[in-house]
Write a protein of this length. Structure first.
Length: 136
């Protein structure tokens, strides 16, 4: 059983599609619907795996003009704060519709290599991706 944080503003809408297989396997999944909530949860709780979306709401603590608040959150954690939270980069996945090579390169420059493009997929696909993360 793993504790997972999914930072995704549409996660509750996709509960049956993506989360049900994870919960069925006994994983605990917390959802943060914006960058601010995601940052707060990461400061308060240790997670076995973390899923970031780039296109989320900013929340109260982040710049509302930021095009990709999820990317701003990654920058805050890994560039500004130099990963002071001690997150395992091998257990982080960026799961997004954003296909921009400059952004992908920036994320990889932070040491995060698990970048998956959201696409129409079987509802168990996210569970399989999380299972891969948890093996690292």
């Amino acid at each position: 059983m793993a504790k997972i944080l999914w930072i995704e503003d549409e996660a509750k809408d996709r509960l049956l599609e993506y989360l049900a297989p994870l919960i069925h396997d006994g994983h605990i999944v917390d959802i943060a619907e914006d960058a601010s909530e995601g940052y707060y949860r990461l400061k308060e709780t240790r997670y076995d795996a973390i899923i970031f979306d780039l296109l989320i709401k900013a929340g109260l603590s982040f710049n509302m003009d930021e095009e990709y608040p999820g990317l701003a959150l990654l920058r805050k954690i890994f560039v500004e704060e130099k990963n002071s939270l001690g997150l395992n980069k091998n257990r982080i996945m960026v799961f997004t519709v954003v296909i921009n090579q400059a952004i992908i390169n920036e994320i990889k420059g932070m040491g995060i290599d698990n970048i998956k493009v959201k696409e129409r997929m079987e509802r168990t696909r996210l569970k399989l991706l999380i299972d891969e993360l948890l093996k690292k």
